[in-house]
Design a protein around this ligand. Sequence first.
Ligand SMILES: *Cc1c(COP(=O)(O)O)cnc(C)c1O
Length: 462
Amino acid sequence: MSTYASPAGFPELADLLGESIAAMRGWMSEYGAYEPHPSLDVPLDELRAATAVLHDRLRDNYPFFHPRYVGQMLKPPHPAAVVGYLTAMLINPNNHALDGGPATAALEKEVVADLARMFGFGTHLGHLTSSGTIANLEALFVARETHPGKGIAHSADAHYTHGRMSHVLGIASHAVPTTAGGTMDLDALEALLRTGTVGTVVATTGTTGLGAVDPVHEIIPLCRAYGVRVHVDAAYGGFFTLIADDTPDGVAAAPFAAIADADSVVIDPHKHGLQPYGCGAVLFRDPAVARHYLHDSPYTYFTSDELHLGEISLECSRAGAAAAGLWLTLQVLPLTADGLGAVLRPGRRAALAWADLIDASDELTVFQPPQLDIISHFPSRPRLSEVDRASAHVLDAGVALPPDQALYVATYTVDGPSLAARGHRVDADVASGRILRSVLMKPETEGWVPALHEQLVGLLPR
Ligand SMILES: *Cc1c(COP(=O)(O)O)cnc(C)c1O
């Protein structure tokens, strides 16, 4: 297979999809011929014309596939994910229950077991979800059931979903201050645990803003001493477990190894797992938490006494196609250092290399060293208002260039204390301001780092 850049650029995609369509049609034909209903019969030229309009409308997008897009957590899925997803979608199974699609339910159980193995869970209960948000909601829901009346603690830099979903669940949430590395301050956490009001701590391995990795290996023993549950939000960073080996182009081993002892973990295959959107996952180490999901359904659960995935999920309908996409991807890029790990390592190297270039430049300053593949930096200016203006200028000027030159970065809002905590002498003349942030999640980025750096410097206002 040729090098992955985007499935649309993968020459054999149409062939593979053609083979899948033929295979599914062959299976369907075994059930005998029947007439499609005329109500569904639309003139082909109408469909063509409407599709042409869609093609045109989809041009209103940012080039997530291109190495000059180093903005948000976005990239196209792998061709294998597209083939897997679309093939199963021709049948459209619903992984709510075995009645809705035994094949994709089996595929889901396999990929969830693969994820559990990657994290080192000896036992597990888990399922795919439509997103990291829903996956975290489920983990916090179970946390509320196991620790009734107690609150949730997460770092101030954790994803906003934790505060929001705690509110949905009617539980108190506490934002624990962060260190100069953007990770949870353990002294502040312990002070909070001493109050006895917290039942569950959320550790984040890879914050959405800075890619900071909370010290899960220190948080777990601390929480155990207070009888507190630990949930790990690895929505973004979970797949870095594959390269958490303390090597020069890997990431810190200890926090990721410790996930094995957490009570639950969330990971988003639709972020670093090369999947289309609609693929998160939640895993629990103790299968007995299934009791918190107990419900009956008068509509489903007929075909088998085996566990139906809907019996351990808060969502009802879920795309069986999502399981097929992930399953097929993991057949060709397994959860090993040489498999999917080799897809993540170049982005890690890119972040380190770019941070070095920024460090060596007069024009830019590293905000904090990258812990994963996300870099944060800012135009070297004396005042925060000027940092903000220059950062915004890079963002706007990059997007305004013609398509074959445009540069897409993202910004991140910081304040005076967060700059001072990292030793940056920037006069906080405004309460908060934007710095620059880039997510380097495509392996192609590595080869582009020098050119991207040069272009970014050239976009700075004089
Ligand atoms: C992206 C992300 C989420 C939310 O996941 P969605 O799939 O976008 O709903 C939660 N936590 C972290 C750390 C994330 O990076």
